[in-house]
Design a binder for this molecule. Structure first.
Ligand code: ADP
Ligand code: MG
Length: 228
């Protein structure tokens, strides 16, 4: 059995808006394994995105523990969390979240530049990742000049270019038609395996989830192990 990279324990999170409070994560325990693609499924509103944000240190839980390779992430300062994310994590969203004023190449270079990589090296690495996602012919295109599938492939290149250990993806194919969704999913999972990444992928698509190594079901604020 492979090693655990990220362990979440007793995670609780309640949103409060005025007098209304919504308990979204009631007591979530989840293990994410190295070299595995973990799918998280569950109804809309069940807390999948909230959990993914907590796992990625983008959002803080009210209580609980988050252990990444023996390091307790919740005790890090905001600055240290940002450094941690830049170095160790990649994110892919349903809507590409690329910067519209920048080319595909510049978008993919961005995480490297934030990590103080010299421009020449950043460019070489970004070009290599754009090649891996099959977009060498689109490096100078801006997001609005590309198709939905191409934009998601740029977003995947951007998430992987820093060679993260863990990639968190929130419905990465949710905005694509069935054919493009399948292609982007196949590319993403192929790259995850060849680069030895751990991936957590939120998806609505039971068919895609069944192709992952492990599936967790988010229900009533807790995680159920579906299969593994
Ligand atoms: P999913 O991704 O499974 O569709 P979410 O994690 O986005 O679910 O949302 C879970 C619940 O938390 C929903 O009821 C949603 O309305 C609520 N929620 C999410 N984000 C916020 C927020 N920032 N403020 C208040 N409520 C929120
Ligand atoms: Mg969501």
């Amino acid at each position: 059995m492979s090693e655990i990279i990220l362990k979440a324990r007793n995670i609780r999170k309640t949103y409060k808006e005025g007098k209304v409070s919504t308990e979204v994560l009631k007591n979530v325990n989840v293990d994410i394994y190295k070299d595995e693609i973990t799918a998280i499924i569950g109804q809309s509103g069940s807390g999948k995105s909230t959990l993914l944000h907590v796992l990625g240190t983008l959002d803080s839980p009210d209580s609980g523990e988050l252990i990444f390779n023996n390091e307790n992430l919740l005790s890090l300062s905001a600055n240290k969390k940002a450094q941690f994310r830049n170095k160790n994590l990649g994110f892919v969203y349903q809507f590409h979240h690329l910067l519209g004023d920048f080319s595909a190449l510049e978008n993919v270079m961005m995480p490297l530049l934030i990590a103080d990589t010299p421009v020449k090296t950043a460019k070489e690495q970004a070009l290599s990742y754009l090649q891996k996602v099959g977009l060498s012919h689109r490096v100078n295109y801006r997001p609005q000049e590309m198709s939905g599938g191409e934009r998601q492939r740029v977003a995947i290149a951007r998430a992987l270019v820093n060679k993260p250990d863990l990639v968190l993806a929130d419905e990465p194919t949710g905005n694509l038609d069935a054919k493009n969704a399948q292609e982007v999913f196949n590319l993403f999972t192929y790259l995850a395996k060849t680069e030895h990444l751990a991936v957590v992928m939120v998806t609505h698509d039971q068919n895609l989830a069944s192709k992952c190594d492990r599936t967790y079901l988010m229900k009533d604020g807790v995680i159920d192990v579906q299969n593994s």
